[in-house]
Design a binder for this molecule. Structure first.
Ligand code: NAP
Length: 552
């Protein structure tokens, strides 16, 4: 009897500890903030769970020096509120992390979104209950929610990866991943800093700290192509002109494959002379942001000869900027062409290597043997260091999903289903996981385009689907297997058309940051058919009564 009593008390405590809502959203970054705004506007009973102690996602976490947009700020901000667009003044063409975080806080405060958010609420497990047609969402450290629908806005780059070298734990100085750069400022002046990794993050941090530290040693496994960001301040007058043009700006972004204002050059690579192509690239090299990619000739992505010529042009630019020809050659990628991985944008990155206090260590030539308590030992030398910065990237796009145990119909685990490569319908749903919607999910267009532009499209579409479902008293929403297979087929064929299909990059190929990912084994993480095609496809599917989605 006594035991039965205890069980009843425990069950009551358990019930009291479980909050019920119609919708649980997971992740309070750029996507989650907009998603909760849309749900709040509709009066949906929804709560937003965030593992960190505040909102902002990427812009809350990545506090490393030099972190900034590489999309034009005014194309990165939300477009949904004219008032917000009128109020906010972007101070720089490519705004830096502190300002970006202020922006997201401003949005949350302006629209009173914080009241829907629960911080320090990291989701550990999500379990589908077929009988109830609900998800149970368990938090790390206790506490649970039950919801009819779950929307994940986990962010494509929220699962940092570390290398694995002998002795890493023995290092006695400070060390951290750029994603977890400490909130309080890190002393750099006069100190010996080692940076491992030369992706977009490494390139930003190296450029920013080179002239502030005592000695900077860069441990480079593979070089990356990189071109100037061409940042500049935005004056009051310029901002007024941008505000007046916002409708046009967003319309332009919606029309372009990458979600930017830049328009691809369709004159035809081979119809111009080599000299004309060179002149075009000279102009693009001085233009802001991704113009050099997205306003370039489309042939560079499909035609090997065109790509080789472009790569040689950029290699020449690097040679002209780096004083030591041996160092310059080490900084020029030889294993992949220009634009075949996500292009990092830089500000005086290559000039950093002209400084006496900056040393480039090519791990291809002299690999790391082990970490020492005082630094890093390569096959060639021992580097004494005070701080080691891991700019070693992310288990991108699916990593955020893998760290939650997501258990669907008949106990199937999402991580198992996606072990080789993700499989989704439109990047929003995955068969076997009903009522689970993804914002910027794998195989959506978000990973391959200007992120906020794509997530606004995604959130709006998803919200429409949710409204449709709720109005119809539908309790179960699942991707049909054939429809999912069809979408994966489209993702694969769009990917296979690209020259970068075998790259090592995090969204173009197999992602070499993650131990266990095998070279040549492509993970089809993103849809490369372009934003306009994606938008048209999902709109057509909605108009067709959500074709391919089983609504019960
Ligand atoms: P990343 O581009 O994947 O680069 C990771 C770097 O770490 C690569 O150089 C990689 O070398 C190196 N690395 C990984 N494992 C290693 C190991 N075991 N030993 C030595 N080196 C290792 O990651 P990221 O630089 O963090 O950038 C990820 C994405 O974040 C970007 O592509 C971009 O989308 C986003 N981002 C955006 C901005 C912005 O301006 N808005 C800024 C930064 C980042 P390998 O190349 O040899 O694998």
């Amino acid at each position: 009897m006594a035991q039965a009593g205890v069980a009843v008390v425990e069950e009551a405590a358990e019930v009291a500890n479980v909050e019920r809502h119609d919708v649980v959203v997971v992740g309070a970054g750029v996507s989650g903030i907009y998603q909760i705004k849309r749900l709040a506007d509709l009066g949906v009973d929804a709560v937003l769970l965030e593992g960190d102690d505040d909102l902002g996602g990427t812009w809350y976490r990545n506090r490393y020096p030099g972190a900034r947009f590489d999309s034009e700020s005014y194309t990165y901000g939300y477009s949904f509120s004219k008032e917000l667009l009128d109020e906010w003044h972007w101070k720089e063409r490519f705004s830096a992390q502190p300002e970006n975080l202020r922006y997201l806080n401003y949005v949350a405060d302006k629209f009173e979104l914080r009241r829907h958010m629960r911080f320090n609420s990291r989701v550990e497990r999500m379990t589908w209950n077929e009988a109830e047609r609900t998800w149970r969402v368990d938090l790390q450290g206790g506490g649970a929610y039950v919801a009819r629908f779950v929307i994940t806005s986990l962010g494509p780059l929220s699962m940092p990866t570390f290398p694995s070298y002998p002795g890493m734990d023995e290092f006695e100085g400070e060390s951290f991943h750029t994603y977890w750069w400490p909130k309080e400022s890190v002393a750099l002046e006069g100190r010996r800093i080692g940076v491992i990794g030369t992706g977009a993050t490494g390139i930003q941090v190296i450029s920013e700290i080179a002239d502030k530290v005592g000695q900077l040693t860069v441990f480079q496994r593979r070089p990356n192509w990189s071109t100037p960001l061409n940042n500049a301040a935005i004056s009051d007058e310029e901002m007024a002109a941008i505000r007046a043009r916002y409708d046009e700006i967003f319309a332009n972004c919606a029309k372009s494959p990458g979600g930017f204002e830049h328009v691809p050059d369709r004159r035809g690579f081979w119809s111009l002379t080599a000299e004309e192509r060179r002149q075009t690239w000279d102009e693009l090299y001085d233009q802001p942001g991704f113009a050099i990619l997205s306003a370039n000739f489309l042939e560079i992505f499909f035609d090997e000869a065109a790509n080789n010529e472009m790569s040689e042009y950029i290699a020449d630019r690097i040679r002209r900027r780096v004083n030591d020809p041996v160092v310059a050659e080490k900084l020029i990628p030889k294993d992949h062409g220009f634009g075949m991985q996500r292009l990092p944008l830089e500000t005086r990155y290559f000039e950093a290597y002209n400084r006496d206090n900056v040393k480039l260590v090519s791990l291809a030539e002299t690999p790391i043997e082990r970490f020492m308590p005082t630094g890093i030992q390569t096959t060639d030398a021992a580097y004494e260091l005070d701080v080691i910065v891991y700019a070693t990237g992310f288990d991108a796009i699916t990593g955020g999903y893998d760290r939650i145990e997501i258990v669907g119909v008949d106990g199937q685990k999402l991580a198992e289903k996606w072990r080789d490569s993700p499989s989704t319908y439109l990047g929003v749903l995955s068969h076997g996981f009903p009522n689970l919607f993804m914002v910027a999910g794998p195989q959506s267009v978000s990973g391959s385009t200007n992120f906020p532009r794509a997530i606004e499209t995604g959130v709006d579409w998803l919200t429409g689907l949710l409204q449709h479902v709720m109005n119809d008293d539908c309790t179960r929403v699942e991707a049909e297997p054939d429809a999912e297979e069809g979408w994966v087929g489209e993702v694969v064929s769009a990917h296979e058309r690209m020259l970068f299909r075998r790259s090592k990059g995090w969204f173009t190929g197999y992602n070499s940051n993650v131990a266990g990912h095998q070279e040549g084994h492509v993970r089809y993480q993103a849809f490369f058919g372009g934003a306009p095609k994606y938008t048209k496809t999902i709109a057509g599917i909605a108009a067709d009564g959500y074709r391919g989605i089983d609504l019960r």
